[in-house]
Design a binder for this molecule. Sequence first.
Ligand SMILES: Cc1ncc(COP(=O)(O)O)c(C=O)c1O
Length: 413
Amino acid sequence: MSPPVVRHADLLRLRDEFPLLAASVYLNTCSLGARSERSRRRLDAFLADWDELGARAWYKRWLDELDRLRDDFGAIIGVAGPEIALAPSVSAALAVVASALDPLHRGDPAALERLASAGVPAGHAPRTRVVTTALDFPTVGHQWLARAPLGVELVVVPSPDGLTVPLDAFAAAIDERTALVATSHAYFTTGAVNELRPLADLCHERGALLLIDAYQATGIVPTDVVVAGIDVYVSGTLKWLFGGPGTAFAWVRPALHDALRPTTTGWFSSANQFAFAVDELAFATDGRRYELGTPSVPSAAIARGGLEVVREAGVERLGERTRDLGDLLIGLADDAGLAVRAVRSAAQRGGVVPIAVPEPKPVVDALAAEGIIVDFRPGVVRCSPAFYNTEDEVRLLVDRLVAHVPATERRVS
Ligand SMILES: Cc1ncc(COP(=O)(O)O)c(C=O)c1O
Protein backbone atom coordinates (compact mmCIF):
# COMPACT_ATOMS: atom_id res chain seq x y z
CA MET A 1 0.00 0.00 0.00
CA SER A 2 1.29 3.49 -0.79
CA PRO A 3 2.01 5.58 2.31
CA PRO A 4 -0.64 8.15 3.27
CA VAL A 5 -0.19 11.74 2.12
CA VAL A 6 0.86 13.89 5.07
CA ARG A 7 -0.85 17.23 4.53
CA HIS A 8 0.11 20.75 5.55
CA ALA A 9 3.88 20.51 5.16
CA ASP A 10 3.81 24.32 5.13
CA LEU A 11 3.35 24.16 8.92
CA LEU A 12 6.96 22.98 9.15
CA ARG A 13 7.90 26.64 8.68
CA LEU A 14 7.09 26.96 12.41
CA ARG A 15 9.42 24.11 13.37
CA ASP A 16 12.47 26.33 13.89
CA GLU A 17 10.61 28.20 16.60
CA PHE A 18 10.76 25.10 18.86
CA PRO A 19 14.30 24.59 20.25
CA LEU A 20 13.52 21.12 21.60
CA LEU A 21 13.10 19.82 18.06
CA ALA A 22 16.72 20.61 17.27
CA ALA A 23 17.89 18.77 20.38
CA SER A 24 16.03 15.49 19.86
CA VAL A 25 13.59 13.54 17.73
CA TYR A 26 10.67 14.58 19.87
CA LEU A 27 7.59 12.39 19.48
CA ASN A 28 6.05 12.84 22.92
CA THR A 29 3.66 15.77 22.57
CA CYS A 30 0.85 13.81 24.26
CA SER A 31 2.92 14.07 27.42
CA LEU A 32 4.39 17.57 27.04
CA GLY A 33 4.25 19.72 23.91
CA ALA A 34 7.44 21.51 22.89
CA ARG A 35 7.54 25.25 23.55
CA SER A 36 8.12 27.92 20.98
CA GLU A 37 10.30 31.02 21.12
CA ARG A 38 7.07 33.03 21.33
CA SER A 39 6.64 31.61 24.84
CA ARG A 40 10.14 32.72 25.79
CA ARG A 41 9.50 36.23 24.46
CA ARG A 42 6.26 36.51 26.40
CA LEU A 43 7.93 35.19 29.54
CA ASP A 44 10.74 37.74 29.11
CA ALA A 45 8.13 40.50 28.78
CA PHE A 46 6.46 39.28 31.99
CA LEU A 47 9.80 39.51 33.85
CA ALA A 48 10.53 42.95 32.40
CA ASP A 49 7.11 44.22 33.51
CA TRP A 50 7.67 42.84 36.98
CA ASP A 51 11.06 44.62 37.22
CA GLU A 52 9.73 47.87 35.82
CA LEU A 53 6.28 48.10 37.37
CA GLY A 54 6.20 45.95 40.51
CA ALA A 55 2.63 45.55 41.75
CA ARG A 56 1.37 48.11 39.22
CA ALA A 57 1.97 45.39 36.62
CA TRP A 58 -1.26 43.74 37.82
CA TYR A 59 -3.38 46.67 36.65
CA LYS A 60 -1.25 47.87 33.77
CA ARG A 61 -0.56 44.46 32.22
CA TRP A 62 -1.26 41.19 33.97
CA LEU A 63 -5.01 41.27 34.60
CA ASP A 64 -5.41 42.15 30.96
CA GLU A 65 -3.06 39.30 29.95
CA LEU A 66 -5.27 36.89 31.92
CA ASP A 67 -8.34 38.18 30.08
CA ARG A 68 -6.54 37.65 26.77
CA LEU A 69 -5.68 34.11 27.88
CA ARG A 70 -9.39 33.48 28.59
CA ASP A 71 -10.14 34.89 25.11
CA ASP A 72 -7.54 32.57 23.53
CA PHE A 73 -9.10 29.50 25.15
CA GLY A 74 -12.61 30.63 24.36
CA ALA A 75 -11.72 31.09 20.68
CA ILE A 76 -10.49 27.49 20.49
CA ILE A 77 -13.77 26.01 21.78
CA GLY A 78 -16.21 28.50 20.24
CA VAL A 79 -17.18 30.67 23.22
CA ALA A 80 -16.38 34.16 24.52
CA GLY A 81 -13.40 34.62 26.84
CA PRO A 82 -15.47 35.66 29.88
CA GLU A 83 -17.10 32.21 29.88
CA ILE A 84 -13.72 30.65 30.69
CA ALA A 85 -12.44 29.88 34.21
CA LEU A 86 -8.67 29.69 34.60
CA ALA A 87 -7.11 26.99 36.78
CA PRO A 88 -3.55 25.86 37.57
CA SER A 89 -4.28 22.28 36.46
CA VAL A 90 -7.13 20.17 35.15
CA SER A 91 -7.27 18.52 38.57
CA ALA A 92 -7.87 21.89 40.25
CA ALA A 93 -10.54 22.80 37.69
CA LEU A 94 -12.23 19.43 38.27
CA ALA A 95 -12.13 19.87 42.05
CA VAL A 96 -14.07 23.14 41.81
CA VAL A 97 -16.63 21.73 39.39
CA ALA A 98 -16.98 18.54 41.46
CA SER A 99 -17.70 20.64 44.55
CA ALA A 100 -20.67 22.20 42.74
CA LEU A 101 -22.23 18.75 42.29
CA ASP A 102 -22.27 17.89 46.00
CA PRO A 103 -25.84 19.20 46.51
CA LEU A 104 -27.05 16.92 43.69
CA HIS A 105 -25.45 13.91 45.36
CA ARG A 106 -27.22 14.86 48.61
CA GLY A 107 -30.52 15.25 46.81
CA ASP A 108 -30.87 18.94 47.79
CA PRO A 109 -34.34 19.79 46.37
CA ALA A 110 -33.39 23.38 45.47
CA ALA A 111 -30.29 22.25 43.53
CA LEU A 112 -32.26 19.56 41.66
CA GLU A 113 -34.94 22.13 40.89
CA ARG A 114 -32.38 24.61 39.54
CA LEU A 115 -30.97 21.87 37.31
CA ALA A 116 -34.44 21.05 35.97
CA SER A 117 -34.96 24.77 35.24
CA ALA A 118 -31.75 24.68 33.21
CA GLY A 119 -33.20 21.89 31.06
CA VAL A 120 -31.72 18.83 32.78
CA PRO A 121 -34.64 16.82 34.25
CA ALA A 122 -32.82 15.48 37.31
CA GLY A 123 -35.96 14.48 39.28
CA HIS A 124 -36.22 14.65 43.06
CA ALA A 125 -34.10 11.75 44.35
CA PRO A 126 -30.41 12.05 45.27
CA ARG A 127 -28.08 11.56 42.32
CA THR A 128 -25.32 9.67 44.09
CA ARG A 129 -23.42 8.27 41.12
CA VAL A 130 -20.75 9.54 38.74
CA VAL A 131 -19.95 7.48 35.66
CA THR A 132 -16.47 7.39 34.15
CA THR A 133 -14.58 4.78 32.11
CA ALA A 134 -11.62 2.46 32.50
CA LEU A 135 -9.77 4.52 29.87
CA ASP A 136 -10.04 7.92 31.56
CA PHE A 137 -7.23 9.76 33.28
CA PRO A 138 -7.13 8.87 37.00
CA THR A 139 -7.63 12.43 38.23
CA VAL A 140 -11.14 12.35 36.77
CA GLY A 141 -12.29 9.35 38.82
CA HIS A 142 -10.35 10.44 41.88
CA GLN A 143 -12.55 13.51 42.37
CA TRP A 144 -15.47 11.25 43.16
CA LEU A 145 -13.58 8.43 44.87
CA ALA A 146 -12.54 11.12 47.35
CA ARG A 147 -16.25 11.75 47.94
CA ALA A 148 -17.04 8.15 48.92
CA PRO A 149 -17.45 9.26 52.59
CA LEU A 150 -20.24 11.56 51.36
CA GLY A 151 -22.04 8.56 49.83
CA VAL A 152 -20.90 9.21 46.25
CA GLU A 153 -20.31 6.12 44.13
CA LEU A 154 -17.99 6.02 41.10
CA VAL A 155 -19.16 3.71 38.31
CA VAL A 156 -16.33 2.70 35.96
CA VAL A 157 -17.49 1.55 32.53
CA PRO A 158 -15.11 -1.06 31.08
CA SER A 159 -13.79 -0.83 27.52
CA PRO A 160 -14.74 -3.99 25.59
CA ASP A 161 -11.82 -3.70 23.14
CA GLY A 162 -9.32 -1.86 25.35
CA LEU A 163 -9.39 1.08 22.92
CA THR A 164 -12.85 2.65 22.98
CA VAL A 165 -16.05 2.82 24.99
CA PRO A 166 -19.13 2.50 22.78
CA LEU A 167 -22.23 4.62 23.40
CA ASP A 168 -24.15 1.45 24.36
CA ALA A 169 -21.74 0.81 27.21
CA PHE A 170 -22.35 4.33 28.54
CA ALA A 171 -26.10 3.85 28.07
CA ALA A 172 -26.03 0.71 30.19
CA ALA A 173 -24.36 2.61 33.05
CA ILE A 174 -26.41 5.83 33.17
CA ASP A 175 -29.63 5.80 35.19
CA GLU A 176 -31.73 7.91 37.55
CA ARG A 177 -28.94 7.77 40.14
CA THR A 178 -26.37 9.35 37.80
CA ALA A 179 -25.47 12.98 38.48
CA LEU A 180 -22.67 13.16 35.94
CA VAL A 181 -20.84 11.32 33.21
CA ALA A 182 -17.18 12.37 33.26
CA THR A 183 -15.07 11.11 30.39
CA SER A 184 -12.49 12.17 27.82
CA HIS A 185 -12.78 13.70 24.40
CA ALA A 186 -9.68 11.63 23.44
CA TYR A 187 -8.43 8.92 25.78
CA PHE A 188 -4.89 9.45 27.08
CA THR A 189 -3.63 5.93 26.50
CA THR A 190 -5.43 4.86 23.34
CA GLY A 191 -6.10 8.20 21.63
CA ALA A 192 -9.66 7.14 20.73
CA VAL A 193 -12.06 10.07 20.34
CA ASN A 194 -15.58 10.11 21.77
CA GLU A 195 -18.34 11.64 19.70
CA LEU A 196 -19.74 14.26 22.06
CA ARG A 197 -23.23 15.15 20.84
CA PRO A 198 -24.81 11.68 21.11
CA LEU A 199 -23.26 11.24 24.54
CA ALA A 200 -24.55 14.65 25.69
CA ASP A 201 -28.06 13.85 24.42
CA LEU A 202 -28.01 10.48 26.19
CA CYS A 203 -26.96 12.09 29.49
CA HIS A 204 -29.58 14.83 29.30
CA GLU A 205 -32.40 12.40 28.43
CA ARG A 206 -31.61 10.66 31.71
CA GLY A 207 -31.26 13.83 33.79
CA ALA A 208 -27.47 13.64 34.05
CA LEU A 209 -24.74 16.12 33.14
CA LEU A 210 -21.76 15.51 30.84
CA LEU A 211 -18.22 16.63 31.73
CA ILE A 212 -15.50 16.27 29.11
CA ASP A 213 -11.78 16.10 29.93
CA ALA A 214 -10.37 17.29 26.62
CA TYR A 215 -6.70 17.42 27.53
CA GLN A 216 -5.75 15.03 24.72
CA ALA A 217 -8.01 16.71 22.16
CA THR A 218 -7.86 20.49 22.57
CA GLY A 219 -5.75 21.90 19.75
CA ILE A 220 -6.11 18.89 17.42
CA VAL A 221 -9.83 18.01 17.46
CA PRO A 222 -11.92 20.99 16.33
CA THR A 223 -14.61 21.51 18.95
CA ASP A 224 -17.53 23.84 19.46
CA VAL A 225 -18.71 23.12 22.97
CA VAL A 226 -22.13 24.68 22.36
CA VAL A 227 -22.79 22.58 19.26
CA ALA A 228 -21.49 19.51 21.12
CA GLY A 229 -24.16 20.12 23.77
CA ILE A 230 -21.85 19.29 26.67
CA ASP A 231 -22.11 20.79 30.15
CA VAL A 232 -18.53 21.08 31.36
CA TYR A 233 -15.26 21.13 29.40
CA VAL A 234 -11.85 21.05 31.08
CA SER A 235 -8.46 21.17 29.41
CA GLY A 236 -4.97 22.63 29.69
CA THR A 237 -1.92 23.77 27.79
CA LEU A 238 0.62 21.02 28.57
CA LYS A 239 0.16 19.02 25.41
CA TRP A 240 -1.44 19.94 22.09
CA LEU A 241 -1.54 23.66 22.93
CA PHE A 242 2.25 23.86 23.38
CA GLY A 243 1.81 26.09 26.43
CA GLY A 244 3.58 24.20 29.23
CA PRO A 245 2.55 23.42 32.79
CA GLY A 246 0.59 25.69 35.13
CA THR A 247 -2.31 26.68 32.90
CA ALA A 248 -5.64 24.89 32.54
CA PHE A 249 -9.21 25.99 32.22
CA ALA A 250 -12.85 25.03 32.66
CA TRP A 251 -15.96 26.01 30.76
CA VAL A 252 -19.38 25.43 32.28
CA ARG A 253 -22.49 25.92 30.13
CA PRO A 254 -23.70 29.35 31.28
CA ALA A 255 -27.31 28.16 31.62
CA LEU A 256 -26.03 25.89 34.43
CA HIS A 257 -24.25 28.58 36.43
CA ASP A 258 -27.14 29.02 38.83
CA ALA A 259 -27.52 25.26 39.29
CA LEU A 260 -23.80 24.58 39.78
CA ARG A 261 -22.64 26.69 42.71
CA PRO A 262 -19.12 25.75 43.81
CA THR A 263 -18.37 24.90 47.42
CA THR A 264 -14.61 24.91 46.76
CA THR A 265 -13.70 28.46 45.85
CA GLY A 266 -11.36 31.45 46.17
CA TRP A 267 -11.44 35.21 45.88
CA PHE A 268 -11.02 35.27 42.07
CA SER A 269 -14.54 33.79 41.84
CA SER A 270 -16.22 36.81 43.45
CA ALA A 271 -18.40 39.17 41.46
CA ASN A 272 -16.72 42.06 43.22
CA GLN A 273 -13.27 40.71 43.88
CA PHE A 274 -11.66 44.01 44.78
CA ALA A 275 -14.28 44.95 47.37
CA PHE A 276 -12.38 42.65 49.78
CA ALA A 277 -15.52 41.76 51.73
CA VAL A 278 -14.65 38.83 53.99
CA ASP A 279 -18.24 38.27 55.12
CA GLU A 280 -19.92 38.23 51.73
CA LEU A 281 -19.65 35.88 48.77
CA ALA A 282 -21.45 36.72 45.56
CA PHE A 283 -20.15 34.60 42.70
CA ALA A 284 -19.16 36.25 39.44
CA THR A 285 -21.89 35.80 36.86
CA ASP A 286 -19.40 34.64 34.21
CA GLY A 287 -16.90 31.77 34.09
CA ARG A 288 -14.76 33.34 36.82
CA ARG A 289 -17.20 31.89 39.37
CA TYR A 290 -15.22 28.63 39.03
CA GLU A 291 -11.80 30.20 39.69
CA LEU A 292 -9.72 29.97 42.87
CA GLY A 293 -6.81 32.31 43.72
CA THR A 294 -4.11 34.33 41.96
CA PRO A 295 -3.33 32.69 38.61
CA SER A 296 0.28 31.97 37.67
CA VAL A 297 1.08 34.89 35.36
CA PRO A 298 4.42 33.46 34.11
CA SER A 299 2.61 30.25 33.16
CA ALA A 300 -0.04 32.34 31.42
CA ALA A 301 2.67 34.16 29.44
CA ILE A 302 4.22 30.87 28.32
CA ALA A 303 0.78 29.47 27.51
CA ARG A 304 -0.14 32.43 25.34
CA GLY A 305 2.94 31.76 23.18
CA GLY A 306 1.67 28.25 22.45
CA LEU A 307 -1.88 29.43 21.87
CA GLU A 308 -0.61 32.00 19.37
CA VAL A 309 0.97 29.19 17.35
CA VAL A 310 -2.26 27.19 17.52
CA ARG A 311 -4.32 30.15 16.39
CA GLU A 312 -1.94 30.90 13.53
CA ALA A 313 -1.81 27.30 12.31
CA GLY A 314 -5.49 26.52 12.96
CA VAL A 315 -6.87 23.57 14.93
CA GLU A 316 -8.33 21.98 11.80
CA ARG A 317 -4.96 21.88 10.03
CA LEU A 318 -3.04 20.93 13.17
CA GLY A 319 -5.41 18.02 13.66
CA GLU A 320 -5.19 16.88 10.05
CA ARG A 321 -1.41 16.91 10.02
CA THR A 322 -1.22 15.16 13.40
CA ARG A 323 -3.54 12.39 12.25
CA ASP A 324 -1.79 12.06 8.87
CA LEU A 325 1.49 11.50 10.68
CA GLY A 326 -0.36 9.03 12.91
CA ASP A 327 -1.59 7.17 9.82
CA LEU A 328 1.97 7.06 8.49
CA LEU A 329 3.23 5.68 11.79
CA ILE A 330 0.46 3.07 11.98
CA GLY A 331 1.06 1.91 8.39
CA LEU A 332 4.83 1.60 8.84
CA ALA A 333 4.45 -0.11 12.22
CA ASP A 334 1.94 -2.59 10.76
CA ASP A 335 4.32 -3.37 7.90
CA ALA A 336 7.14 -3.89 10.38
CA GLY A 337 5.07 -6.39 12.41
CA LEU A 338 4.69 -4.13 15.45
CA ALA A 339 1.47 -4.45 17.47
CA VAL A 340 -0.33 -1.15 16.92
CA ARG A 341 -2.98 -0.53 19.59
CA ALA A 342 -4.54 2.58 18.02
CA VAL A 343 -7.93 3.23 16.50
CA ARG A 344 -7.49 2.78 12.73
CA SER A 345 -9.91 5.44 11.57
CA ALA A 346 -8.22 8.84 11.70
CA ALA A 347 -11.61 10.49 12.25
CA GLN A 348 -11.88 8.70 15.59
CA ARG A 349 -8.31 9.26 16.72
CA GLY A 350 -6.49 12.02 18.57
CA GLY A 351 -2.71 12.27 18.63
CA VAL A 352 -1.68 9.19 20.59
CA VAL A 353 -0.49 6.07 18.75
CA PRO A 354 0.22 3.25 21.23
CA ILE A 355 2.39 0.30 20.25
CA ALA A 356 1.93 -2.75 22.47
CA VAL A 357 5.18 -3.97 24.05
CA PRO A 358 5.07 -6.21 27.14
CA GLU A 359 8.01 -4.39 28.77
CA PRO A 360 7.91 -0.87 27.33
CA LYS A 361 10.28 0.95 29.69
CA PRO A 362 13.57 -0.56 28.46
CA VAL A 363 12.47 0.18 24.88
CA VAL A 364 11.67 3.81 25.70
CA ASP A 365 15.00 4.16 27.53
CA ALA A 366 16.93 2.66 24.59
CA LEU A 367 15.21 5.05 22.17
CA ALA A 368 15.97 8.00 24.48
CA ALA A 369 19.64 7.01 24.49
CA GLU A 370 19.51 7.49 20.71
CA GLY A 371 17.77 10.86 21.05
CA ILE A 372 14.27 9.62 20.19
CA ILE A 373 11.78 10.70 22.82
CA VAL A 374 8.52 8.81 23.37
CA ASP A 375 7.00 7.56 26.61
CA PHE A 376 5.22 4.54 28.02
CA ARG A 377 2.13 3.48 29.91
CA PRO A 378 1.48 -0.06 31.15
CA GLY A 379 1.99 -2.42 28.21
CA VAL A 380 2.46 0.25 25.55
CA VAL A 381 5.04 2.60 24.05
CA ARG A 382 3.08 5.84 23.58
CA CYS A 383 4.07 7.67 20.40
CA SER A 384 2.62 11.07 19.52
CA PRO A 385 3.91 12.87 16.44
CA ALA A 386 2.73 16.49 16.27
CA PHE A 387 2.46 19.00 13.44
CA TYR A 388 6.11 20.02 13.83
CA ASN A 389 7.42 16.51 13.24
CA THR A 390 8.65 15.34 9.85
CA GLU A 391 7.80 12.15 8.03
CA ASP A 392 11.47 11.15 8.31
CA GLU A 393 11.27 11.37 12.09
CA VAL A 394 8.31 9.00 12.05
CA ARG A 395 10.21 6.59 9.78
CA LEU A 396 13.22 6.71 12.09
CA LEU A 397 11.02 5.96 15.09
CA VAL A 398 9.61 2.84 13.44
CA ASP A 399 13.07 1.67 12.34
CA ARG A 400 14.43 2.02 15.85
CA LEU A 401 11.37 0.42 17.45
CA VAL A 402 11.95 -2.58 15.23
CA ALA A 403 15.58 -2.64 16.39
CA HIS A 404 14.67 -2.50 20.08
CA VAL A 405 11.51 -4.59 20.34
CA PRO A 406 12.46 -8.27 20.14
CA ALA A 407 10.54 -10.10 17.40
CA THR A 408 9.00 -12.39 20.01
CA GLU A 409 7.44 -9.37 21.74
CA ARG A 410 5.92 -7.69 18.71
CA ARG A 411 2.63 -9.47 18.18
CA VAL A 412 0.92 -9.17 21.52
CA SER A 413 -2.62 -8.00 22.07
C1 LIG B 1 -6.55 13.27 29.57
C2 LIG B 1 -5.78 13.92 30.70
N1 LIG B 1 -6.44 14.47 31.73
C3 LIG B 1 -5.79 15.05 32.74
C4 LIG B 1 -4.41 15.10 32.77
C5 LIG B 1 -3.73 15.72 33.95
O1 LIG B 1 -4.12 17.02 34.19
P1 LIG B 1 -3.51 17.91 35.38
O2 LIG B 1 -2.17 17.40 35.72
O3 LIG B 1 -3.49 19.30 34.81
O4 LIG B 1 -4.45 17.79 36.53
C6 LIG B 1 -3.69 14.55 31.70
C7 LIG B 1 -2.22 14.58 31.57
O5 LIG B 1 -1.40 14.79 32.30
C8 LIG B 1 -4.39 13.94 30.65
O6 LIG B 1 -3.74 13.37 29.61
